[in-house]
Design a protein around this ligand. Sequence first.
Ligand SMILES: C[S@@+](CC[C@H](N)C(=O)[O-])C[C@H]1O[C@@H](n2cnc3c(N)ncnc32)[C@H](O)[C@@H]1O
Length: 297
Amino acid sequence: MNHVPVLLKEVIEGLALQPGDTVVDATTGGGGHGKVIAEAIGKGGTLISLDADKEALIYAEKTLKDMQCHLCFQNINFRNLEKALQACNISKINKIIFDLGWSTLQLEHSKRGFSFLKNEPLVMTFQNKPNKGVLTAHTIVNTWDMKHIETIIKAYGEERFARAIANAIVKEREKSPIQYSDELGRIVKDAIPSRFYRRSIHPATKTFQALRIAVNDEIGALEDGLEKGFQSLKKDGRMAVISFHSLEDRTVKRFIKSKVKIRELVPITKKPIIPSEEEITHNPRSRSAKLRIAQKI
Ligand SMILES: C[S@@+](CC[C@H](N)C(=O)[O-])C[C@H]1O[C@@H](n2cnc3c(N)ncnc32)[C@H](O)[C@@H]1O
């Protein structure tokens, strides 16, 4: 299954792309947004495509191979944006887009345990081959103490049954280590009273979200990435951010607000743009998306 880019038209319009622009796609994924950006900036433009996941970039290189703009691919975390720009010989940019979280490609094909429906090792890093010693979901569920597991599930998953889930995880691992994503999915599901199940969302969704955020330090990376993106923008340059849950959106909203207060950014979207009913029907993953756009003064 291909990754369907979310709020595509809204991103392209909101970024006000011009031929010749230099644009950073901080979260390249399948290259869905990147391709339309590349078409809009044309031959004289430059697209810098980043992703922490090398496999995503290899895929995106194929998607973007016929584009006429200059292309520079960097397998790097966007929190290290300045290094990517240096490697591409770019000092300032006109636009930057962050489309946060995971892609359908990662969920379906990465074999890193992002899905509770698959029998995959509990890795959950965006990096396809995590370096030795890098934090994984396996380490969290099998070695962290119960309180610490409860804290992240509560904070990053906003899960009301965090304590019961942490308790169930610790009980299970006493029998034998928890190895696979579907196994963890079942443990979490069984820890939540069935009357609280919701029809459209698997009961393990929030816990998996929490583990992924913790493993990849997603909120810390977002704070760093937003600041570096802002620093790299030229005057009148724009940043667009698509978030998928309230922790991300809160971070983006707070960042924009703080820069607006000191007159460094002006919001282009007063309220976040959300997908239409039609988009949600075609692409259910878009249902929680929120797009915020701001311009540098
Ligand atoms: C939602 S997908 C992007 C999809 C893309 N816009 C498209 O249309 O195909 C998010 C991508 O961002 C990457 N990613 C997430 N956090 C990252 C970070 N801090 N630095 C670099 N890449 C990141 C993930 O590996 C994933 O491939």
